[in-house]
Design a protein around this ligand. Sequence first.
Ligand SMILES: C[S@@+](CC[C@H](N)C(=O)[O-])C[C@H]1O[C@@H](n2cnc3c(N)ncnc32)[C@H](O)[C@@H]1O
Length: 373
Amino acid sequence: MTNFSQSHKPSTLEDRIEQLFTNSYRHAERLHRSDLIGDIEKLWRVLTLERADSIASYFKNAGLRRAYMGYYMPLYAAKIALLLQRLAKEGSLPDFIEKPLRVLDLGSGPLVGVLASRLAFGPLKRAIAVDREIGPMRSGYEFLKPFLEEDEAQQIFLRRGNLGVPQSFDFQEPFDLVILSHVLNEFGSSSRFLPKKMSLILSAIKMLSDGGRMLIVEPGNRVCSRDLMALRDALFEETSVSILAPCTGIDQCPLLKNSTDWCHGELNWRRPAVCAKVDQIIGFDKSMLKYSYLLLSKKEQRPENDVENWRVVSGNMFHEGVVRRYVCTPCELLTLSQKESTTRSVLTPLVRGELITSSRFDERIQVLNEKAK
Ligand SMILES: C[S@@+](CC[C@H](N)C(=O)[O-])C[C@H]1O[C@@H](n2cnc3c(N)ncnc32)[C@H](O)[C@@H]1O
């Protein structure tokens, strides 16, 4: 089988993602006789229209289980790996490329966070996956094991635990990366569930090494993103936590004021051939991946030059010959605007979620306070 590890074959992340999709899809084809594309479509219905709230329910069905392994597992791992790569480029993950990481994947399902860290940064020093369901973790391990050297395979541990009771996963060792991906929304939406999420995060953050990072990823839809924004504001009050991304200095997220806004990002990627084939047959559109996230650490001093870094938090808004984009600075929400007639558009190519440096804007860009219309 082709390997998607960094150590065996120097390649780009996009190449490794391509290989991961090919391998996962072939693996899934061998797991069951039914039509795999039909199973992926069924699983999509279960996840979106019927809003299945437990991985256990669809992992019990052999057809749906392998649909997850063949399509959703590589899709989610790719999204997290691309986000990790973006954060590394922004300078928010110091040293992650140089050393093998110790990873804690909470609510891991089929080891999606482990897989993503490995895709992004190569072989891991040690990984612990925690989930209340052992079946999906075993399925992930069974898929991953043939690609690992024996000593790395022996350093991946599966632990059953309840994230609602943080004492059940109180590991003493420090981790470079703690991942919580697509898990918090399973705790429930609205402020009622905030204390439970806070308790989980504050317990897990203690397990980080100095310089370690916690990445929380959630679907990029309005409900999940707004829940995450509210969580961010609550974490801002905590003395033991630093919020490193997507935003830093503001105490209250300005996008929370208006119920139709939500902070999320987009990743443009080279969609793997297998993914494009499935999407074309079923009618999905995964040409771009949406996400919302928080990157946290133990309390850290912020570098001075942070005030120059602005986060793009909207798409392009065209109105009466002007294009506008919203950006969050460490102090406030701003609107950038540029005449569409300007020869070179600076604003339109920006990707939602991208970090930009304010010094790159010249007199063609107007900067307005708040949400100018
Ligand atoms: C949607 S899956 C996400 C799996 C994987 N992290 C990903 O990004 O694809 C959510 C996972 O969280 C686990 N989970 C939800 N609540 C949990 C809890 N209280 N304790 C342990 N695991 C939990 C579920 O069993 C499931 O595997």
